[in-house]
Write a protein that binds this ligand. Sequence first.
Ligand code: PNS
Length: 163
Amino acid sequence: MSKVLCPGSFDPITVGHVDIIDRARLIFGEVLVAVGRNSTKSYLFDFETRVRLAEESLAGRDGVEVAGFEGLLVEFAKERGVIAVVKGLRFGADFDYELQMAHLNRSLTGLETVLLPAAAQHATLSSTMLREVARLGGDVSAYVTPVVNQAIKDLVAPPAGRR
Ligand code: PNS
């Protein structure tokens, strides 16, 4: 049994991410989900909330752990003893982006990356589009876990007392 890292911004975690995490666990045995910061992105949910939503969405799964990380991914991978990074691939643009990151991470410390094709039903799902639909009041419940759906609703129309 090996431990792999599934890193990402998870802003927010979607059913597509959950599918990749479950499949990575089936293949490798143990998955550490690493919620990070991409300094080029501005986020809908703050860091603590992205970590909490990932934890709550994945609660009860054996062999799946969630952690937030700061700094370089390769250093975090070394500290936590993972054998590789696993990322999902939806379409060509993902491949170009992931290939660049995989090359960089491998050249920094030798950290390997395994790319897993997204399930067909999640192949065009994107957190960026979900955020846009959610901001405009659309229903995204088919694409996220119940806890994330509630968090989005609270953000778009905060419960009375938190407005
Ligand atoms: O889902 P994302 O937004 O593509 O996730 C990107 C993330 C957070 C995993 C990536 O930006 C990252 O690893 N950040 C940590 C800093 C780092 O190591 N950068 C170099 C990797 S190319």
